[in-house]
Design a protein around this ligand. Structure first.
Ligand code: AHR
Length: 499
């Protein structure tokens, strides 16, 4: 069997893992809101109409932050439609997803849902069809204590205390021609700057995210970030990144190596941020908010009438998809020093790790598992591991390391974890880890997502077909931890240390 090697050493610390990388995304799209987090007629709905099973799974998954309300949806959204007595809220045509929006759920309901789920809200403002005034008004509605038009309205509608929402996205994918009102980098940069200033005048404690490119294939990728940041560097804290992956033309080798593309995107955006930092002679660094990422098959929906909560983009994820998601999680953890926020898209039903049956149960998709494992055990700080070993050939990326690996060390809890993906479809891999620098290291457990059928999915009837399984106990001998990776597998190997 071929072998790969790496080293775990506290001296090779990259940066603390920010809990906000465990974020997700709830958009008014398909059945994410209506029929996902909110289904008032469901037998398990709580007094606010929220599905208790979805709340439970969100907590089990370990989600820290949830972005809302879009996505493409936000670029045509009038947030005022979603406040006040439900019966008086307007029904509107959502042009982004050809959906009938009833506005039964708006910002107050979302904030209430976040409190129940124990997650931090992350709001996006509409910089497509709207601008500075509406964004500042929304901050006033959400965060101002009282005594003004918007804050008193919030209190009148039941939320006496401010929602105190700290993280705000200045629009969404504003480079994308699919938006009703997309912009040039210059126009967006100027608008984002003005909006940021107004929002910060209302609440100086906000953390703001400027829109980066919609994906790495956009022809303006790179120049968009540079120009937008030149206009906004001093007034924003993060720039956004979005990436979705799927196998193309049956090329599973490249699909399994999707993390190579994500790594490249991260390095490229960091370089652009630091270039603008030098150019503007700024003292602060801009960090990365990877606020949409996932596997997404982009199955076109059927022609339909204007309805609420149609089943859109309900991908059924396979074992292979879960392994790729694991490898994308590795990429996010790998640059913990700069990727300090991330949101997998989306939380429920829409390209999601959990699916609900209308009136019935909710179940975990295959992709739930790598997320839960990485969120639970990827704590403390990321370590640089510098693996060496065999390579696999891929049509898209050329030869890539067979082992995709990162590791974290949580000194406070005396725990370390190695997150390892075997990118070979056919070959197992032996991994040897030099742990001599970890005081008192002993192996705790090796769990893996693997199997012969890469297309295997979970279903409502068989919800546990794809799930992590405990492997042979790994051992540490003479300062070396050894374990085997099955072909095409996602693995978490945990260690206890003496601190
Ligand atoms: O997450 C689905 C969609 O993908 C979002 O609405 C948009 O921002 C992205 O293109």
């Amino acid at each position: 069997m071929k072998k790969a090697s790496l080293t775990l050493d506290p001296a090779f610390r990259i940066g603390a893992v920010d809990p906000r990388v465990r974020g997700s995304f709830v958009e008014h799209l398909g059945r994410c809101v209506y029929g996902g987090i909110y289904e008032p007629d469901h037998p398990g709905a709580d007094e606010d109409g929220f599905r208790a099973d979805v709340l439970d799974l969100t907590r089990e998954l370990g989600v820290s932050t949830v972005r809302y309300p879009g996505g493409n949806f936000v670029s045509g959204y009038q947030w005022e439609d979603g406040i006040g007595p439900r019966a008086e809220r307007p029904r509107r045509l959502d042009l982004a997803w050809k959906t009938l929006e009833t506005n039964e759920v708006g910002v107050d309901e979302f904030a209430a849902w976040c409190r129940k789920a124990g997650v931090e809200p992350m709001m996006a403002v509409n910089l497509g069809t709207r601008g500075v005034q509406e964004a500042a008004a929304l901050v006033e509605y959400c965060n101002h204590p009282g005594g003004t038009y918007w804050s008193d309205l919030r209190a009148k509608y039941g939320a006496k205390d401010p929602h105190d929402i700290k993280i705000w996205c200045l629009g969404n994918e504003m480079d994308g021609p699919w938006q009703i009102a997309h912009k040039t980098a210059r126009d967006y940069g100027i608008l984002a700057n003005q909006t940021a200033k107004a929002m910060r005048l209302v609440d100086p404690s906000l953390e703001l995210v400027a829109c980066g490119s919609s994906n790495r294939a956009m022809p303006t990728f790179g120049s968009w970030e540079a120009e937008v940041l030149e206009h906004t560097y001093d007034v924003v804290d993060y720039v956004s990144l979005h990436s979705y992956y799927r196998p193309k033309d049956g090329d599973f080798a490249s699909f399994l190596a999707s993390g190579v593309d994500m790594d490249a995107m991260i390095e490229s955006v960091i370089a652009t941020c630091d270039f603008v930092k030098a150019k503007t002679r700024s003292k602060k660094s801009i960090n990365l908010s990877y606020d949409e990422w996932n596997v997404w098959y982009h199955v076109p929906g059927d022609e339909r009438e204007w309805v609420t909560g149609p089943a859109l983009h309900e991908d059924q994820y396979s074992l292979a998809d879960a392994v790729v998601v694991g490898s994308l999680l590795n990429s996010l953890l790998r640059r913990a020093d700069r990727v300090t926020m991330a949101c997998f898209a989306q939380l429920v039903n829409v390209i999601a790790p959990m699916t609900t049956v209308p009136g019935g149960p909710a179940y975990r998709q295959s992709t739930f598992h790598p997320m839960r494992l990485a969120f639970q055990y990827g704590t403390g700080a990321t370590l640089r591991v510098e693996p060496t070993g065999p390579q696999v050939d891929t049509p898209d990326f050329g030869p890539v390391p067979q082992l995709d690996c990162t590791a974290t060390l949580d000194e406070e809890n005396g725990a370390a974890a190695v997150f390892a993906v075997n990118r070979s479809l056919t070959e197992p891999l032996l991994v040897e880890v030099d742990v001599r620098a970890l005081k008192g290291a002993r192996a705790v457990e090796h769990v893996a997502l693997s199997g012969a059928d890469r297309d295997l999915t979970n279903t409502a009837e068989q919800p546990d077909r794809v799930q992590p399984r405990v492997q042979d106990a790994p051992v540490v001998e003479d300062g070396t931890l050894r374990f085997e990776l099955a072909p095409m597998s996602y693995n978490v190997v945990r260690l206890a240390t003496a601190g």
